[in-house]
Design a protein around this ligand. Sequence first.
Ligand code: PMP
Length: 391
Amino acid sequence: MAFDYIDSQLNERQQQGYYRQRTCIDYERDGIIAIDGQHYLNFGSNDYLGLRHDQGVLQAWVEGLAQFGAGSGASPLVTGYSVAHRELEATLAEALGYDAVLLFNSGFAANQAICQALFASSGEIIADKLMHASFIEGALASNGTLKRFAHNDMTHLQTLLAKAQESNRLIASEGVFSMDGDSPVIAELVSAAQQSQSWLMLDDAHAFGVTGEHGLGSVEQYDLNQHNCQIVMGTFGKAIGTAGAFVAGSHSLIDYLVNYARHYIYSTAFPPAQAVATIYALNCVTTGPKRAQLHGNIANFKHKARQEGLTLLESDSAIQPLIIGEPELARQYSAALAARGLWVPAMRHPTVPKGADRLRITLSAVHSEQDIAALVDALCLVRQELGRGAD
Ligand code: PMP
């Protein structure tokens, strides 16, 4: 029978406790999500600043719709590239201090495109073990060789660099890791790249909009530029509150991607109205009070959780994981929190390593002090109820 592995693979997932199902959201407002008629405080969104519901962002999107229509109508090299896209690229390039920026429909597409275009024939990709699936999949599908160093382990990175053979080498890491919420020591990555004459790339999906004096992410926080970190990928679907992604680099890198990145060339550009809203949202990030609110919430949560003896991973970011260790128990934790009106997703293998199944708590500027207190209280009660994990 053709494709008879489909059912057996699904059964296997079910038996191992890793079967995935989607949750359908009815609506969301001010950090509350409605699911099947029930309301929950949302601790599972990457909308770290609450910009998805910002009145100005919504208004900008509406104005963009009036000017450009609902969609872009074509891929960027045909007629899909508008003045709104160009303005967003220019705004980002100037803010980051990079020559140029290219927009992508998603971070997934951007990561795939970087790997596919830069490693069209050969080369070595040396990536942190915990890099996002979109990058790892892209690297595996490219014609480069993928090597992975243990998470944030610079000694292991040096060992791999010492064995490297290809002259085109890319060291890749993330500004803030999506599942652990921690960061690499960027200065060490920069010097490893410089000493080995490799390029450095950062996936800044979870740092862009959050870290740095004006929220411009790792580039601003660590004083990076296109000479010491040749590629920066950032997304708009998280702290920026819209959708899509960008790659920042030198003129020649961006020109090369325009010419060779198939994910760019052969895909309908995202709606110009989305670019208009994203420009507005970026301005909110750099000038508004939302980042300060988020960082206050992170500090408050960490303090309260520590007081209650909840052992979190080492993270100063909006991502605060609580390791449970078994997939079924992680699911039970999530369900028990939902029963108390809190939505905290369980992350299980293969999204995270086996045995590191966890609750991925994400904090946002929209949460109030009471929301954070309610979360910590509920985590303590559920820990008592379920007995194991989270300690
Ligand atoms: N990189 C990282 C680190 C991510 O967490 C994600 C999204 N989960 C992506 C890339 C992909 O971005 P997008 O959602 O825009 O496709």
